[in-house]
Write a protein that binds this ligand. Structure first.
Ligand code: BT5
Length: 325
């Protein structure tokens, strides 16, 4: 259920420049006028500009351009996201979300931040997280075995792409977890998990997404601003709705029913690649022939045999490089 504060923003947006009186807002929200004034001051503290005009009431004059939790809550459609929290700055939204997971928070809990001081990529890499991006982590509690969790990175990446497409952005996907735009990296996914051997307890799906380019952009980064101009909260809400849709499909029908959609957006098909394990050893080199129904990358080796890869780092290889490097 949407919070009173998110409902209040919705009412103020609807009232437009005419504004709405404290009395009308209080009646519609089922609270006192004093409570309305408290909600208004809380919204101001997170960047909303709300004028109080004598005789008219409250008038919303500016919505902040940051992934503010209450604004994302107002904009998100999918009921899966029942609890959305956020701060301006945190070390890593994945850490915050993992803390909530350990404390028993339900599936559908989301943590947002406008910047991170220790944003992480996979395998200990850094995720550059200045203001101007969207940093979010979503708590999932899928009823699956840990061995079946690998496709969830693809499910989340496809969800991000689906959400962005609803806003007019057409990203590509690079197995397993990259969302690309015009050859640059627009978003990355980091999954962290707690599990018993037989069952996943929780998965935190973190997504870092570049919206406005900072003064010092990471090399190879792309930004939604390159193609659309939207507020960070609009992008966060669309991305969450996209993830909810693909996650539901995965939970009900398995990755097989999403494989075609992933493949349509997959930029590596037909490319010569090397795939390495976490120690840097080459697992396979060859031409990518697609993604299988379990979300594995299929790489045709020199003998023309399609080798399925569950996990690894993919690098593109120059044409003519031979198969066994
Ligand atoms: C990822 O790792 O792509 C996963 C990124 C997940 C970040 C989110 S933000 C919310 C949540 N909280 C966290 O602490 N993390 C998650 P990986 O595939 O390992 O890619 C990391 C590489 O991407 C780095 O080594 C850089 O080369 C590059 N990179 C770093 N920051 C970038 C950025 N902002 N834009 C584009 N590329 C970046």
């Amino acid at each position: 259920m949407r919070s009173r504060r998110a409902d209040l923003i919705a009412m103020l947006v609807q009232a437009g420049t005419a504004g709405a009186s404290g009395e009308v807002l209080a009646a519609a929200l089922g609270v006192s006028r004093v409570a309305v004034a408290k909600h208004v001051s809380a919204l101001r503290s997170v960047g909303f500009e709300i004028e109080a005009v004598r005789g008219t009431g409250y008038c919303l004059t500016r919505i902040p351009d940051a992934p503010v939790a209450v604004e994302v809550e107002r904009l998100v459609s999918d009921p899966m996201w029942a609890r959305i929290e956020g701060t301006v700055e945190t070390t890593s939204t994945n850490d915050d979300c993992k803390r909530l997971a350990r404390a028993g928070a339900p599936e559908g809990t989301v943590v947002l931040a406008a910047r991170q001081t220790a944003g992480r990529g996979r395998l200990g890499r850094a995720w550059v997280s200045p203001e101007g991006g969207v940093y979010l982590s979503a708590l999932l509690r899928p009823r699956i075995a840990p061995a079946d969790a690998a496709p969830l990175a693809l499910v989340a990446a496809l969800g991000v792409a689906t959400g962005l497409e609803s806003l007019g952005v057409s990203p590509g996907l690079k197995w397993p977890n990259d969302v690309l735009l015009g050859g640059g990296k627009l978003a990355g996914i980091l999954l962290e998990m707690s599990a018993e051997v037989d069952e996943v307890e929780w998965i935190v799906a973190g997504c870092g997404l570049n919206v406005h380019a900072p003064a010092e952009a990471p090399p190879g980064a792309a930004f939604t601003d390159d193609v659309v101009t939207l507020r960070a909260a609009e992008i966060a809400a669309a991305v969450l709705d996209g993830i909810a849709e693909t996650y539901r499909e995965f939970s009900e029908r398995g990755f097989a029913s999403l494989a075609g959609r992933y493949a349509e957006r997959h930029v590596l098909t037909g490319e010569r690649v090397s795939v390495r394990d976490i120690a840097g050893r080459v697992l396979v080199s060859g031409v990518v022939s697609g993604i299988d129904e379990g979300g594995r990358l299929l790489v045709e080796d020199a003998a023309g045999v399609a080798i399925p890869v569950v996990a690894g780092e993919v690098t593109l290889r120059p044409p003519g490089a031979n198969g066994a490097s």
